[in-house]
Design a protein around this ligand. Structure first.
Ligand code: BF8
Ligand code: SF4
Length: 649
């Protein structure tokens, strides 16, 4: 039963979302925020990880009076098995995304690219060198063909370890080897994990959890890394680019088309098609002033990073975008697209179209996007949106006038160039700034929003505290969109909010204090950045030694679990804004939150508010600095009075 209605201003941080939630209330539209109220009394067995429905002797739930399931499985086994299956879900999602891109690269290499081509030959040749594929003097298509074949083997290898692991620092590899968690082919890891968690196979919670880290490594250093590399080859490596964010990017007088989901193949072509002059003419003849293409979730991040297409919103804003009444077409593909979308859209004229066979929802129009004729397909989708413009009901339209400028596009390459200049691109200046204490460390904030807590509140409060403490913040996914909307992705944010040391570095280099590094699969860019820091020298010889922490403040997805597991296995401590579903087993909790520190040099930490999280993060960074022997400089150089006050919090 509902105790007390939550005030709308306690559900969301930004004024655009607030205005649209009020509109939803007036128009009696159900959203995830209101459904959260009806789901608030959630199952304790589920949240403790104690419900097992792996076989049909069950479902079994573990209580003090029934400490074992019918088969004899105890809480530790059940909780660990459920956890591993979540890691599998996240790994499969990222990796299947990567696979689709590799198959596309293969077609392009074979001369069947149609609308697709190798956009970044430099990225292709760089990747070929990483994998020791001969590229010099060879045609780019031949190089791409070999690379695509190698990547396909990364999925299908049965007994060989992932080749992509070799991109990690050498010592990292030996840590994984010593812990017996070097992953084999990605598909094999996913299948083996499902096998090991089926009834009557792997029962030792430690063995199961180690397989969780191994599977997650197949995501971060495998599927996700491959997805990022291939996206850069096909669509271009991101470099700094200006744009706008939040729902105010929608046009009052333009045809609004939103792309939502994760895989960039369709949205990339839409970003090109939208500039077609004939289409613009057609829009004008239909009474609109033009076409506005904008993004939601990680598709937004993909086309923002490469084309500067504006971001309409993050995960929790997908329904709100439709509630503006101004969206003619929302094109969805895979992951994080709520099944509620057609229901919300039915109150307006918005059409929802899915372009993916593997992602169907009743009420969503299935559109078979013809990748053989990608540009024509994209044009016909946009025409469909234009044709829907006449159905917009002006009385239902509210577009909050909130649109915040931003700079995104910080691939690792782009950061290197910004730091070192085009002739000696390198991470050296960053390493030096960390060693001198001007920058205390690096924190990656990743992941989602979750209506269990106020949208963007934790993410934005923590980000502000971090940059005040001279901590450089790297962002991906919906966490990056939160910062975009908050104005933290502008270089001026350094002047306005950063501590002295970080401000000086940002001003010298011309970067914001918060760097948008891409979508969720692009968390692989964070691993790449951490590797660059290690390889540059002076800050340890594996990733657990550098002053770096990962944070998933408002996470909700299995993908966030996989990401945080590959961070920890890679030696990067992870702060979670709320715990995994593991509280039903003290041993599993102890293993993940403590014992992993001995295995990988990093573990999970749960801090449910930004005030306690910042204290822990600073403690972790300072510990790393002390171990490296660079802590003295922190005391002497880093803290001005302003910073000292913050530390006392
Ligand atoms: O993959 S951050 S809500 S959109 S899961 Fe989803 Fe989470 Fe957003 Fe991107 Ni990532
Ligand atoms: Fe119950 Fe064991 Fe079957 Fe799980 S595997 S449902 S604990 S009998």
């Amino acid at each position: 039963m509902l105790k007390k209605e939550i005030e709308t201003q306690d559900r969301v941080w930004d004024t655009a979302s607030l205005e649209l939630l009020e509109k939803a209330k007036t128009e009696s539209i159900e959203t995830c925020f209101t459904r959260m109220d009806t789901q608030r009394n959630q199952c304790k067995f589920g949240s403790g990880g104690l419900c097992c429905r792996i076989c049909h002797m069950g479902p079994c739930k573990i209580t003090s009076r029934s400490p074992r399931g019918v088969c004899g499985a105890n809480a530790d086994t059940i909780v660990a098995r459920n956890f591993l299956r979540e890691v599998v879900g996240g790994t499969a999602a990222h990796s299947d995304h990567g696979r689709h891109l590799v198959l596309r690269l293969k077609k392009v290499a074979e001369g069947n690219g149609n609308g697709y081509k190798i956009k970044d030959e430099r990225a292709l040749r760089y990747a070929a060198n990483l994998y020791k594929i001969e590229e010099s003097g060879r045609q780019k298509e031949n190089v791409a063909n070999d690379l695509a074949d190698l990547f396909l083997e990364e999925f299908s290898n049965q007994e060989e370890e992932l080749k992509t692991l070799a991109l990690a620092p050498l010592k990292q590899l030996s840590i994984w080897k010593n812990n017996n968690i070097l992953p084999l082919g990605i598909d094999r890891m996913v299948v083996e994990s499902m096998h090991r968690t089926t009834m009557g196979v792997d029962h030792d919670y430690r063995n199961i959890l180690l397989q969780g880290f191994r599977t997650a490594l197949a995501d971060g250093w495998g599927g996700s890394r491959i997805a990022t590399i291939v996206s850069d080859i096909l669509f271009g490596s991101p470099s700094p680019i200006r744009s706008q964010s939040n729902l105010g990017v929608l046009g009052e007088k333009t045809v609004n088309v939103l792309v939502h989901g994760h895989e960039p193949e369709v949205s990339e072509i839409l970003a090109i098609a939208v500039k077609n002059p004939k289409l613009l003419d057609y829009a004008r003849k239909s009474g609109a002033e033009g076409i506005t293409l904008a993004g939601i979730c990680c598709t937004a991040n993909e086309i923002l990073m490469r084309h500067g297409i504006p971001v309409a919103g993050s995960f929790l804003q997908q329904e709100l975008a439709i509630i503006t009444g101004a969206v003619e077409l929302m094109i969805v593909d895979v992951q994080c697209c709520m099944p509620s979308l057609p229901e919300v859209a039915s109150a307006y004229h918005t059409e929802i179209i899915s372009t993916t066979e593997i992602a169907k929802t009743i009420g969503v129009t299935q559109y078979s996007f013809d990748s053989e004729n990608a540009l024509e397909s994209a044009i016909s989708l946009l025409k469909r949106a234009i044709d829907n413009f006449k159905n917009r009901d002006p009385k239902k339209v509210v577009i909050p006038p909130v649109s915040t400028p931003l700079i995104a596009g910080f691939s690792v390459d782009a950061i290197k160039y910004m730091l070192g200049g085009s002739f000696r691109a390198s991470f050296r200046p960053l390493n030096d700034a960390i060693m001198q204490g001007r920058i205390k460390g690096v924190v990656g904030i990743v992941g989602c929003n979750n209506p269990k807590s106020k949208l963007d509140d934790y993410i934005n409060s923590l980000t502000l505290k971090l940059i005040k403490q001279n901590i450089l913040v790297l962002k991906t996914g919906c966490a990056a969109i939160a910062s975009a909307k908050e104005g933290m992705l502008r270089p001026e944010a350094a002047l306005e909010h950063a501590g002295k040391g970080l401000r000086e570095v940002c001003e010298a280099v011309g970067i914001p204090p918060v760097l948008h590094m891409g979508s969720c699969v692009d968390n692989s860019r964070l691993l790449e950045a951490a590797t660059e820091i290690v390889l540059e020298g002076g800050l340890g010889d594996d990733m657990s030694q550098i002053p770096a922490v990962g944070v998933a403040p408002e996470w909700m997805s299995e993908k966030a679990i996989a990401i945080s597991c590959y961070f920890v296995a890679s030696g990067i401590d992870v702060i979670l804004g709320h715990p995994f579903h593991i509280s039903g087993s003290e041993k599993v909790t102890q293993f993940l939150n403590k014992d992993t520190a001995k295995l990988f040099g990093a573990s999970f930490h749960v801090y449910e508010d930004p005030d306690t999280a910042i204290v822990k993060i600073v403690e972790l960074l300072n510990k790393a600095r002390k171990r490296l022997g660079i802590d003295k400089k922190v005391e002497r150089k880093l803290f001005d009075m302003h910073d000292r006050r913050e530390l006392d919090v």
